[in-house]
Design a protein around this ligand. Sequence first.
Ligand code: HSE
Length: 417
Amino acid sequence: MYHKQLTIGLFGFGVVGEGLYRILQQTPSLKAGIKKICIKNPDKKRNAPSDLFTTARNELLMDPEINVIVEVINESEAAFEIVATALKNNKEVVSSSKKMIAEHLVDLLELQKSTNLSFLYEASSCASIPIIRNLEEYYDNDLLHSIKAIVNGSTNFILTKIFEEKMEFSQALLLAQQLGFAESDPSLDIEGFDALNKWVILLTHAYGIVESPGNIVFTGIQNINLNDSAVAREKHYEIKLVAQAKKLQNGKVAAFVLPQFVNQSDQLAFVKNEYNGVVIESGFADKQFFYGKGAGSFATASAVLSDISALRYDYHYEYKKLYHHQPNQLTDDFFLKVYVSFDDLHLIPREKFEWIEEWHADQKRKYLVGVIAFSELKKGKWWKENKTSLILTPEAVIEDVEIRKLKKRSLELAGII
Ligand code: HSE
C-alpha cells in the first residue's frame, strides 16, 4: 500500500517535542522526517543540530514542502493560532495542547469541517493510552454507560508519593516537575484545570458533548490534607482525582472532575504515580480498564507518533457521537454523596445538604459525610475555599429518582423518623 511521505514542521522542543525528535530517529520505517523546528528561545542549548531550529513561524507554516505541523507548545493562544493557520494553509496537524483544544473546541470543529483535513490530538488526554481513538471508534452511543478516569499524571504522582511514601507535598511536586510530568505552571495540575481540559475533550469523543471548561464542576488536590488521608485509610479507601461521566436514567449525562475515595478493589486504586487509568462501563461488554503512562516525554511522544503514523492513511476524527448520533446533554439534576473536611464549621452551609450521615466536629477531626444536590456545588464555591476539602464517596452519584427512597432510609437508620 502506498503511504505518503510526511514532512514535519515541529513547534516546540520541550519535554514532548524532544521526545518525539528522539523517537522519530528510532522509527525510520515511518517515512516521516522533521524539516524544521520552531522554538521561542534561540539561546537555549538543545540536543539537536542547530540548523534545524528557527524562531520564525512562517518558515514552517508557509513552506509548501511541509505537509504536517506537529504542535507541542505550552501557550494555548499561540498554539491555537498555529493550528488554525496550518489547517488554513492545507497542512494536517497533530497537537498535544489540551488547554488550547478544550478552550477552542468549537472553532476547531468548524475548522476541521471547512478544511476537511486531519487534526489529531491523542497525546492531549491520558498521554500513552489510546483513549480518544477508542472512544471515537469503538463505543456506540447508547451503550456507553459511564466512564471514570485518572487523567492527570502529576496529581496522581503527588498523591502516591505523599500518602504511600510520606513525602512532603512540595517535594513530591518538585519531583513531578523534574521528571517532566507537571505543566510549566503546576497550579494547572494541582488545582484540577489540566484534568478538566482533558475531560472536556474526552466528553466530546465519548458522548458528543461540546462544553466549555468553565461550565464543568471541578477541583484538584490543593486542599487534601493528612487528616483526609487518615480517614481514607481508616475506611480502607485510596484518594484519587477522578474525572467521571455517567449516563443517568433520564438519558442525560452527569459529568465532573473531583477527588474521590476509591475502594481498594477498584481498578483506579491500582493506578499509581504518573500512570493514568480509564474505566469504561458499557452495555454487554460490562467493565473495561485502560491503563498506561499519563505523562512524561516518551509516553506522550508515543501518542504523537501514533497520530503522525495515522496520517499516512488519512485518518481523521469523525466525531461520530456528535455528528452521526443524537449528541448527549449534560444535566445538573442529580445528587452527590460527599465527604467534606473543614477548619471552621461556620463556613459549611449545613442546610444545603439533603441529609448528613456522619458528623465529626471535635478538635482533632472536623468532617461530615452527606448528600448534596449537584446544582448546589455548581452554584457555590464554599467547598473549594478556606482549605475546605471535598472528596466524593465511592457511591458518588445518586439519581434524582432514588433520592426520596434513600433519604427516608437514612433518616430511619438515624432514628429520626
Ligand atoms: N501535566 C500533565 C499531567 C502532563 O501531569 O498529566 C500530561 O498531560
